[in-house]
Write a protein that binds this ligand. Structure first.
Ligand SMILES: [Zn+2]
Length: 250
């Protein structure tokens, strides 16, 4: 493993940063006192993405002035990006537990893993195009997409469990061309309290590089039961879970 030393030193620096940075420390303090929100996880993802991109440039790419060879990309980029995704997933998991508790949902957060397709796609992109100026945006986009995927997985799970889930996507006000033009693509995907399945159809969970939109979802504590014999009966989320467990559905 020719590039193990470089990879390990990069991972070490990234972990140190995610341990010591004052904003990250503050984020985990807010997780402990139960005030952290998904907006905070998006900020965490932003920091992780910018830091990882910075480390890749300084620690790895500077060693290859004539361009990074494909073997080095394969050896270093996917594990580095997995590390970044894991850091974001750890933060998102903490916030999801808070969100569930506040919504009265007695479910554990959905277990998330780094998105291998996205990671390998990004590694291929770097092999083909090199580490261009847009690399930071692409790496940060992967970090934010990790948050999107966590939110969607939990929203879907709760929706499928018979709860009323709605999705809100807030426009980032960043727009295109350095703020000169509004981003119609994002505006078409923004909305407030949109029912989960409509939100998926609208593409509310999709994101382009450089996109700063924030997504969140809400679970209504009262739940409409879909079965015939109890149509339109509203129950507490805990009650419906017990009821579903009784039927062997959970
Ligand atoms: Zn946009």
């Amino acid at each position: 493993m020719e590039y193990t030393v470089q990879l390990n030193s990069l991972l070490k620096l990234f972990r140190q940063y995610m341990n010591d940075d004052k904003d990250v420390t503050r984020f985990y303090a807010r997780c402990r006192d139960g005030t952290a929100t998904y907006k905070d996880v998006y900020d965490l993802a932003d920091k992780a993405g910018v830091k990882m991109s910075d480390l890749l440039k300084k620690q790895i790419l500077d060693q290859f002035p004539n361009g990074i060879p494909p073997e080095a990309v394969d050896a270093i980029i996917p594990p580095a990006l997995r590390e970044q995704c894991d850091a974001v997933i750890a933060g998102a998991d903490r916030v999801q537990a808070i969100v569930n508790k506040k919504a009265g949902v007695s479910l554990a957060p959905a277990e998330m893993h780094p998105d291998e397709d996205r990671i390998l796609g990004l590694a291929d992109h770097f092999k083909e195009s090199g580490f261009t100026d847009e690399a930071t945006e692409l790496i940060t986009n992967l970090a934010k997409a990790t948050v999107d995927e966590t939110i969607q997985a939990n929203a879907e799970f709760q929706n499928d469990s018979g709860m009323q889930v709605t999705v809100t996507r807030v426009y980032d006000d960043v727009g295109l061309n350095h703020g000169k033009d509004p981003c119609q693509w994002c505006l078409d995907r923004c909305g407030e309290n949109v029912p989960y399945s409509t939100a998926v159809d609208m593409g509310m969970f999709e994101r382009h590089p450089g996109c700063g939109c924030r997504i969140e979802y809400h679970t209504v504590k009262g739940t409409k039961i879909q079965s015939n014999w109890r149509r339109n009966v509203w129950m507490d989320s805990d009650a419906i879970l017990k009821w579903r467990r009784g039927l062997g559905l959970e």
